[in-house]
Write a protein that binds this ligand. Sequence first.
Ligand SMILES: Cc1cc2nc3c(=O)[nH]c(=O)nc-3n(C[C@H](O)[C@H](O)[C@H](O)COP(=O)(O)OP(=O)(O)OC[C@H]3O[C@@H](n4cnc5c(N)ncnc54)[C@H](O)[C@@H]3O)c2cc1C
Length: 565
Amino acid sequence: MAIHVPINQSTDLADVNLYDIDAVLKGLIRLHGGAWGEDLLMRFGEFVGSSEAIELAVLSNTNLPALHTRTRFGQRIDEVKYDRAYHELMAASIAHGAHSLSWRDSREGAHLVRAALLFLAFQNEAGHCCPISMTHAAIAALRKQPDIAQRWERLITSNSYDRRSIPAEQKMGLTVGMSMTESQGGSDVRANLTTAQPIDQAGAGNLYTLHGWKWFCSAPMSDFFLITAKASKGLSCFLVPRWTPDGKRNNFFILGLKDKLGNRSNASAEIQLDGALGWLIGEEGRGIPTIIEMVNHTRLDCALSSAALMRQAVLQAMHHCRYRSAFGKRLIDQPLMNNVLADLSLESEAALQLAMRVARSYDRAASDEGEALFKRIASAVAKYWICKRAPVVVADALECLGGNGYVEESPMPRLFRESPLLGIWEGSSNVICLDVLRAISTSPETLDALVPELDVSDSHLSRFVASVKNDMAGLKKILSKAATARPSRRHQEAALNVEANARLFVERLALALQASLLVRNAPDFVADAFIASRIARRGGLALGTLRATSGGGSKKIIERSFTLA
Ligand SMILES: Cc1cc2nc3c(=O)[nH]c(=O)nc-3n(C[C@H](O)[C@H](O)[C@H](O)COP(=O)(O)OP(=O)(O)OC[C@H]3O[C@@H](n4cnc5c(N)ncnc54)[C@H](O)[C@@H]3O)c2cc1C
């Protein structure tokens, strides 16, 4: 029998340096002051794009984590065993500093370079990036309790990954998870029922015992967890170790692992704390402001990760369309496919431009008040909008591969299953939009910090920006009136309408920011196409509906997005 040999098929997109082939990312790193990190990014880009790393990503999502509550002799252990491939990816991301560079390197741009590391890692494998992101973000909250931060920070930021389940003091490197969500309330953490009592004396830095259940606790093999629980003065934040200071397993029990749509290499557990020991981080009753320090960072990471999913999906689509021919031409040369790929690239670039601009503000916030205000509001705006766009972009990129995009051997199903998660994590879309309103209501000057970012050099953009500024002024007024001691009924109703319109408001802010960044940082053919389609609304609702022009704009956009070195 002559075995059929398929023709006109694509190849794996492997052994390409994901940093080196990304002209947009490289440009942003240089523009925002991260050029010193390029050697590191080149090394990591080579790893994450290698056949070896792709194989590790596949294995860690095929051989899924498994819960072992007891040894074969019946002793309780509550351990999750992962495939070797997952550990190798953790080791590589940690060795390159994706979990810590911003805390260890004092050069300006350290947050930016770390953001790029995460962006690269996520393109290869999403699941292990969850503990990488949480470990990084935890430092921001731990620093609220300097004695505890001092005790553990060196090991948490160490470039060694130590997978062993042993007391933290004996390890070469530590990872940190976080658990706030309970079954009766995730977004509304005030509904937390987990309790905490001081062992000896109440107060910051002291040991407490925690009792309760948490509905989601990802990366349950982390060495520490930041956990919210109610103490006598209200919701508080605790650092709970897997092993107690006297070297015993903490009373931290894993009840089961979630069977999830995606993010499958990462275990997400339900846990019970039955007298687990934990140190109080910050003051009692200040749990939300403490853990928010962490959440601000993970929110930025959600935006970066969604941008990474878009980038990887668009790369896969472009690669396929360069190989595959239909109706006498390569797909990439078919005018309508050209339109789709260009539109996907626009969305992908706009996402990265916004995410990296926000990342830059994390570097500058400590020394620049305007950047601190920008960071406060723009993190939420970017988290909402970029995460909202990811599933749309990934779904259309998947379709570019036709049936080959829908089979499990392709990377596309994994990217697709991952894409809705980042919208849910770290504040689901509505919660994030309400957070934007909260930021404006508590410090109206956050809106002022956005104004210098908004470009008005294009006439459409200028009209759009004027209308967004108008929204901003109206919103500030309504929110300040509604915040008075006795707001009138009219003001209360107006505030409810503001809340109902929050998604629309945040979307418009995000589009104005993205368009302005593209005008400043991208070639005219990119900015013009974005403004024509997203601002002047000359295109349609679906992707691939850019209005074609005779200047060959789509081809140039595609070349910018996908030039193999
Ligand atoms: C894979 C995975 C891993 C996770 N890992 C962790 C973890 O490690 N640690 C952890 O703490 N949590 C974790 N979570 C939980 C996650 O953070 C929550 O699911 C999320 O915060 C939403 O909470 P919820 O599920 O209780 O939904 P709810 O809070 O019930 O929200 C449901 C919907 O209602 C909307 N909503 C809520 N309030 C309002 C409002 N006022 N107005 C309008 N709409 C509103 C939300 O936006 C959402 O769309 C994980 C979740 C997943 C899926």
